[in-house]
Design a protein around this ligand. Structure first.
Ligand code: ADP
Ligand code: MG
Length: 342
């Protein structure tokens, strides 16, 4: 029966009525996840949304650096065993760390998964500063410099034969926050596509991955994805609406997570060269196919002067970027305009 339906549908003789559905979840990656898709009825869509949610949850638990889960060795387990012993892990952790290493090399170290020792200091000061704004402080540079000694990627020892990861430096910590959401979204979209999810959009906290096209009004058109205006108070919510099909859009921005010390905002993307929040832009958005790469690049390019980032983006195929400078002016890579929805 199924085969017949597919054949009929492909020949275009009979159109199966599909409706657009949307589902949101709040229990993944500390953010809001939204899934948009099409199905003949609510049940069919709910099955797909549940499948995507459950797969994302597996990645969320594996890539968590703050919480432990029964029966799972995750990134936190690796951190807890720094300098102690190798930890046997799921292949998906090894794959993420290998991907992170490629991103490190591609971006000249501007995104570094072994940067956790420095990032955890910022995390602690930010958390305390948000809880107690009157006493908010910037981490002292001596502390940051001391922690920086423990960020050498080469001390992340991956043994693929044994499926283990070992941090050879006891004071080193992994932080996969710059890459994990996009990487997980990419893997889960691949999985969903293999399981019959052919037209949809997945947003994990604004890390957007599109699948196929949208089917509005019987027509197939690209998905419309907005680029958030970093000025959250502006009446114009989006700087641009892009038309994407099988592409990803990921933005890193100062407005996402920050705290305030003496009237100055300190956000969560830390330049490895200065050990301080990068000061070049309000946001950087990346358009490319792979949402893991888009996530890695958005953080890394945010940490680079414009010319350096532009050179990197122009060297990559099917990859574009939009930079929003601190005075709200914008620049984009050479092919960016092709994605703007007319
Ligand atoms: P978000 O996760 O808020 O969408 P990003 O993808 O830019 O934004 O990731 C920011 C997170 O990446 C930070 O919260 C921190 O955990 C981590 N991070 C910050 N700076 C760096 C860096 N230079 N290298 C690697 N990870 C970083
Ligand atoms: Mg990122």
């Amino acid at each position: 029966m199924l085969l017949i339906i597919i054949a009929v549908n492909l020949s275009g003789c009979v159109k199966i009525e599909t409706k657009r559905y949307e589902a949101s979840f709040l229990d993944l990656f500390d953010t809001i996840t939204t899934i948009v898709g099409y199905a003949e009825d609510k049940e069919e869509f709910t099955d797909h949304a549940q499948m995507i949610h459950d797969k994302l949850m597996e990645y969320h638990e594996l890539y968590d650096i703050y919480n432990s889960y029964d029966g799972i060795n995750n990134i936190k387990t690796i951190n807890d065993n720094a300098g102690v012993s190798p930890v046997k892990v799921d292949q998906r952790i090894i794959d993420l760390l290998k991907f992170s290493r490629e991103a490190y090399q591609l971006t000249d170290g501007k995104v570094n998964e072994a940067f956790g020792a420095v990032l955890s200091v910022w995390h602690q000061y930010r958390t305390e500063g948000l809880d107690n704004p009157d006493k908010a402080e910037v981490p002292p540079m001596e502390i940051l410099k001391e922690k920086e000694k423990h960020t050498d990627m080469n001390n992340v020892i991956i043994n693929e034969n044994e499926s283990t990861v070992f941090l050879a430096d006891p004071d080193m910590r992994l932080d996969v926050g710059a890459i994990a959401k996009g990487y997980a979204a990419e893997r889960v979209c691949e999985y969903a596509m293999e399981h019959g999810f052919a037209n949809g959009m997945l947003s994990v906290g604004g890390n957007v991955r599109t699948i196929g096209r949208k089917l509005d009004g019987g027509k197939e058109v690209s998905w419309s994805v907005g680029i958030q205006n970093p000025d959250l108070e502006s009446a114009q919510t989006n700087l641009y609406i892009l038309g994407l099909s099988d592409y990803s859009l990921v933005t890193s921005g100062v407005y996402e997570r920050y705290y305030t010390v003496n009237g100055k905002q300190y956000h969560h993307i830390i330049d490895p060269d200065t050990l301080m929040p990068a000061e070049y832009f309000l946001s950087v958005s990346i358009v490319c196919r792979d949402s893991g790469m888009a996530d890695a690049l958005s953080t890394a390019v945010f940490n680079m002067p414009f010319e350096e980032g532009l050179k990197l983006i122009e060297s990559l195929e099917n990859t574009e970027a939009l930079w929003v400078f601190k005075d709200e002016t914008m620049k984009s890579s050479s092919g960016f305009e092709n994605y703007i929805k007319k």
